[in-house]
Each structure stands twice: as C-alpha cells, then as structure tokens.
Write a protein that binds this ligand. Structure first.
Ligand code: COA
Ligand code: AMP
Length: 630
C-alpha cells in the first residue's frame, strides 16, 4: 500500500478505516461504531466501547509472551545510571501502585496530578492512573509553583504524585518545596500526596498529607484494570493559550489508544520488540504520546532519557543512547539538533558510535529549518522526517509516513496530511486559498480519533478557541500553505503563542506577570528569532511616571518574576524599556510589527497605526539592546 492508497481508504470510508484500526486494540466490549456525531460540531470516537488503556499498554503484552522484554529503559547521563524494566516488572509495579492509590481512595474519574522528572516512575504513575480509570494531569517540572497551583485549581486533583527532586545540569530542582508552595497557593487542596524520594534528595514529608512512594505500597492488594467507556477522559494536559489561564486539553481513552497504536507502525515504522526513543519530557504531549503510551501500546521498548543533547556529558550523547539501546526510530526537537550542531559542527561525537540500528529521525515541536534537517541527513544518513502536530491533536496532523512509504522529502515542509486529517488553508473569509498562498491552516471537522474532544470544564472556551472562526473547521492557530503536490508548510502562529526550544509558551501569560510590577504602566512580550531556540521571549516595558530612573532595577525584577511565577522554562531573560508601545487607533498593540523590527525584517506600515513615529523609537530602543541589527 502506498500513502495515496491509505489516505484514499480513509477518505472513502472513514468509519471502516477507524474500525479497522480499532481491531488492533483489546476491548472489553468492542465499540458498535467509530464516530459519534450527535453533538456536532463536538465529536467523539468509540464512545460505547469498553476498554482499559493500561491493559493495552502493559498487561496484554505480558499475556502475549512479551513479559521478559524490556518495556522501559531509563538512561540517565545526569545520574550516570541505567535501568531496564521488563513488561512483567512494569505490570507488577503499576498494579501495586494502582492498588495503593485505590486503598487511599482513588477511583475511576478522580483526577491525579503528576509532577515528576524523567524517571520511569513518572510513566508508572501515569499507567497506574489509567489502570484505575483515574484521570492524570502531568505538569512539566520546569514550571514554577504558581503554574502548578493554577492547574491544581482547574482540575481539582484528589491526589498529587511528585518526586522529591529533578536534576538539571549543575542544579537540583527542588520539587517538594515547589509542590508545597503550589498547594499553599491553590484554593483546592488534594487529599494526599505521594512522594517518590530520589537518592539525590530526600524531601521532608508533611504528616497527614504526604506518603512515601515505597511505604504506602506495603501490603496493599495489586489493582486489576478497571473497565472504562471509550469516551472516558484518559488525561488532561495543560497547554499555553493566549492568556495566563492554560487550556486543559482532554484526551478520551479509546480514540487515544487506537490512534497512537496506528501511528507507531504507519508513521514511525515500529513493530513489537523494537526500540523507539522520543527525547522529550513526560510533561509535554510528545512525552505522553511517544515516551509513554505509543511505544507501550505497540509492545515496543521506550527510552526515558534524563539528560540533554549537549553537556551530559558531551554532544555525543544521542549517538551513545542510539547505539547502546539499538534505537530504530529517534524523535527529537530541531532545537536539540541545533544545540548539538553548534557544539560539534562535524558531528564527530555522535559518529564515533555505531548507528546501524537507526532507520529514521523524526523532528517536531517547532519548525524544522532546512539547514538543521540537511545537517542530520548528511551526518546520520537516514530519512529525517519533520512532522507537525500539537498538544491538541496528540499525534501528527502532517508527516511523511515512514512506516507506509517514505515520500520524497521537501525541506521546510512536514510533508502531507495523515489519514483522518482533511487539511485546508483558508483566507480570512473562510475560503480555501490556491496552492502556494499563505492562510490559516485548518482541519475540516471531525478531527480524527485521539484528538481533543473538548477542554476540561471549558466547553465554551473550546468552541471559541477552535471552532468559531471557521465554522465546520478546527482552527490550528498556525499559518501556512499547501503546495501543488499537497505538501504543507507551517510558517507561524496566528496567536500569541511562541515556541521556545520546542516548548510552547504564552506571551499573554508573561505579560500578565510583567504588568504586576508596581512600576510598570504597560507592557508587551513578543517572540524574537533565536538561532538556537527558534524563538526567545522579549519584554517591552513602559514605566509609570516618575519611575524612569528605576529602569535597570525593573528590568531585573521582571526577569526574576517570570522565572518565579512561570518557571525557568519560559527562558525570559530580557526586557527593554520604551516610552510607549506601537498601537492601532483602537488601542491594539502591534506585536507582529514589533517582531519584524526586532528580527531586522522588512515590514509593511500598518494602515491602522496610531502614530508611526513610535516604530522608530522601538527600533532605536531595540538596537540599544543588541536587537534589530544593533
Ligand atoms: N525541570 C526544571 N527546569 C528545567 C527543566 C525541567 N524539566 N527543563 C528545562 N529547565 C530549565 C533549564 O534548566 C533552564 O534553566 P536555567 O535558566 O537555569 O538555565 C531553563 O529551564 C531553560 O531550559 P531550556 O529551554 O531547556 O534551555 P537550556 O539552555 O537549558 O538548553 C537545549 C538548551 C537546546 C539543550 C534544550 O532546550 C533542549 O534540549 N531542547 C530540546 C527541547 C525538547 O526536546 N522539547 C520537546 C518538545 S518535542
Ligand atoms: P505543542 O502543542 O507544544 O506541541 O506546540 C504545537 C505548535 O508547535 C504548533 O501549533 C506549531 O506552531 C508548532 N509546531 C509543532 N511542530 C511543528 C513543525 N513540525 N513545524 C512547524 N511548527 C511546528
């Protein structure tokens, strides 16, 4: 079968296509049909099936004789350690943890927040929740207490599972004080917290609230897999939107596991027993789909990598892991490759390792610039596949389906739409634009299985954010174009989301922090081009009258405030003080024009600008700080 055949099979009969994909899943009761459209434009998949995600990711492989195969490899250059966990071990460990959670009152439908670094226990915590039908919400370890608190208040967890610490190069991230602070800040209080004590740091437990990961499992009955409906929320994953309130993307159980299982073979070319490595973090959607669930659903071996592309200990780390664990398909972010390339332009560190197991490299999370793609192609000599997706979709909207056939690669394009996605580029009036014309990238409804059916407790926001601008279409928030061959090009976001080192961040959230400074009258945050991280945030501050001599101190304060309130991952390091911000006559800040000036690009003078002279002031201020060609 070619890609064309497979895509046409889906187009001709989506119902049959997804029912066929669903047949690779173990059902307690198979679904009567695939699509449930009675609440259109809200859609669900396999809603009347009964299933358990943990069973499909773990137990069924033990039953099928894969018990002794490695399910998880923990490779941690940061702690100089390595550990393998077989499917049989994983089943025992997850059943025990689930049993202990159940003994403390966790049931089907309860929310559980997971705040953990890259240790296998993070996956075990996710799977233990899935086993019970509890809805997990993993929070990335680089977020500060305030961000954790916002998520606690939104999803109201009965329990939080956290580690005592995370490890960044040269720095211990003290999770426990962040957790304690978050619970103090939040209005909702969890019934209990489970703390996984790492040997690098033993955290002090709060009596009556905290239990230790190991001790609370003593003597409990292991839990069996709890049957749940196909449309049971499997997890909530918060992602950045335009405001400081993150969006709680909901993933339904059945669609999620059917779609991921399909992608492992058809997109990534992975068969049971093979090794798949996504060098991301469990706190991101890539971690959910391709460190935890995808590879395990497929009966493959997944790698939990606790390290960085460079500096742990050198830019050869990726090569070492690929060689030592016989990785077949490797998935990373372009930023990570750029980091390696910057330190080792000739790729000498990676190439000392034998990479003969490696068959493909996948890139996602941000635009893959052609230079980066070419560099990997040249040095690793395997297909390098850019693919485009979002937290909302959970799996690739556009990709080069390596497992079906590798289509000719066009640098700068994440290739073609995957089955399930009818991608259309629309103009402002909602009309399709001709090939080669830039527009809003949308997907004709319904979205396929595994994508978001709604936002947690925020159906209105879901409709407004994604379904209203172009009725009948899902608005991705990305701008781009299709070419004559149907290849897609993703150029930029259409909203205030920026992408820093493959991490999705909200400039609106940063502006909310900046505007809290007592000396700040007005502010704006934009994403400026960065040769390593793709984009980095840059703040603009207009100070209150009489505060002008405080500029230096305020700039330092706001950098610290963003780090403390959003987290180090925001990488907010710079703010420029200006007299005023460029605005339209109706008062809208012209952020897109500011981005162009900062990046030294040409721009068209906005027709609606209130006072064009302000743009020169902005350019001068930026040049004084080393931007805009300064
Ligand atoms: N917990 C706590 N802090 C974290 C963290 C985590 N899980 N992840 C990152 N941080 C911190 C870093 O320590 C850094 O802190 P600092 O300001 O004290 O130095 C800050 O957040 C910014 O981190 P990062 O964006 O990772 O930048 P970096 O300069 O440390 O590293 C790269 C640069 C390119 C090596 C790194 O960004 C990288 O590996 N990027 C790939 C990203 C990726 O895989 N994304 C997944 C999307 S698919
Ligand atoms: P996230 O939800 O964190 O996965 O971020 C999703 C956003 O990252 C998308 O909407 C795009 O803006 C960007 N993105 C992800 N992958 C790609 C890609 N391959 N090419 C271009 N942009 C991408």
């Amino acid at each position: 079968m070619t890609y064309q055949d497979v895509y046409a099979a889906w187009q001709n009969d989506p119902e049959a296509f997804w029912m066929q994909a669903a047949s690779s899943i173990d059902w307690i009761r198979p679904p009567s049909k695939a699509l449930f459209d009675d609440r259109a434009p809200l859609y669900e998949w396999f809603s009347d099936g009964i299933v358990n995600a943990c069973w499909n990711a773990v137990d069924r492989h033990v039953e099928a004789g894969r018990g002794d195969q490695l399910a998880i490899i923990h490779d941690s250059p940061i702690t100089h350690s390595y550990r393998g966990i077989t499917y049989k071990d994983l089943q025992t460990r997850v059943a025990s943890l689930a049993g202990a959670l159940r003994a403390k009152g966790i049931e089907n439908g309860d929310r559980v927040i997971i705040y953990m670094p890259m240790v296998p226990e993070a996956l075990e915590a996710m799977l233990a929740c899935s086993r019970l039908g509890a809805i997990h919400s993993v929070v990335f370890g680089g977020f500060a207490a305030n961000e954790l608190a916002v998520r606690i208040d939104d999803c109201q967890p009965k329990a939080i599972i956290a580690a005592s610490c995370g490890l960044e190069p040269g720095r211990v991230v003290h999770y426990k004080p962040l957790l304690d602070k978050a619970i103090e800040l939040a209005s909702h209080k969890p019934d209990f917290c489970v703390i996984f004590q790492r040997e690098q740091e033993v955290a002090k437990l709060i009596e009556g609230r905290d239990v230790a990961w190991h001790t609370f499992q003593y003597g409990v009955e292991p839990a069996e897999c709890v049957p749940v409906e196909g449309n049971h929320p499997h997890y909530i994953l918060y992602t950045s939107g335009t405001t400081g309130q993150p969006k709680g993307v909901v993933r339904h159980t059945a669609g999620h596991i059917v779609a991921l299982n399909w992608t492992m073979k058809n997109i990534y070319g992975i068969d049971p027993g093979e090794v798949f490595w996504a060098a991301s973090d469990v706190g991101w959607v890539v971690g959910h789909s391709y460190i935890c669930y995808g590879p395990l659903l497929a009966g493959a071996t997944t790698i939990v990598f606790e390290g960085k592309p460079v500096g742990t200990p050198d830019p050869g780390t990726f090569g070492r892991v690929i060689q030592n664990h016989k990785v077949k398909t490797f998935f990373t972010a372009p930023t990570a490759i750029r980091a390696v390339k910057r330190e080792d332009p000739a790729c000498e560190y990676i190439r000392v390792y034998s990479l003969k197991s490696l068959k493909a490299v996948f890139l996602a999370g941000e635009r893959a610039d052609p230079e980066t793609v070419k560099w990997v192609e040249q040095h690793l000599n395997v297909p390098v596949i850019d693919h485009w997706w979002q937290t909302e979709t959970g799996w690739a909207i556009a990709a080069n389906p390596f497992g079906i056939e590798t289509l000719p690669v066009k640098h700068g394009s994440p290739s073609v739409p995957m089955p399930g996605y009818d991608v259309q580029v629309l103009d402002e009036g909602g009309n399709p634009v001709p090939p080669g014309t830039l527009g809003a990238v949308t997907v004709k409804l319904p979205l396929p299985p595994g994508t978001l059916p709604t936002l947690w407790n925020a159906e209105d926001r879901f409709r407004k954010s994604y379904l209203t601008t172009f009725p009948g279409y899902y608005e991705t928030g990305d701008a781009g174009m299709l070419d004559e061959d149907g290849y897609l090009y993703i150029m930029a976001r259409t909203d205030d989301v920026i992408n820093v080192a493959g991490h999705r961040l909200s400039t609106g959230a940063m502006e909310e922090v900046l505007s809290d400074h007592p000396a700040v009258a007005e502010c704006a945050v934009i994403g400026v081009a960065d040769s390593l991280k793709g984009q980095t945030p840059l703040g603009f501050l207009v100070l209150k009258k009489g505060m002008e001599d405080q500029a230096e101190a305020v700039r330092k304060d706001v950098v610290k405030m963003v780090r403390d309130r959003i987290g180090p991952v925001a990488a907010f390091k710079e703010a420029v003080v200006v007299d005023r911000l460029p605005k339209t006559r109706s008062g809208k800040i012209l952020r897109a024009t500011m981005v162009k000036i900062a990046d030294g690009e040409d721009f068209r003078m906005p027709a609606t600008i209130e006072d064009a002279a302000v743009l020169d002031e902005i350019r001068t201020a930026l040049q004084g700080s080393g931007y805009a060609g300064g």
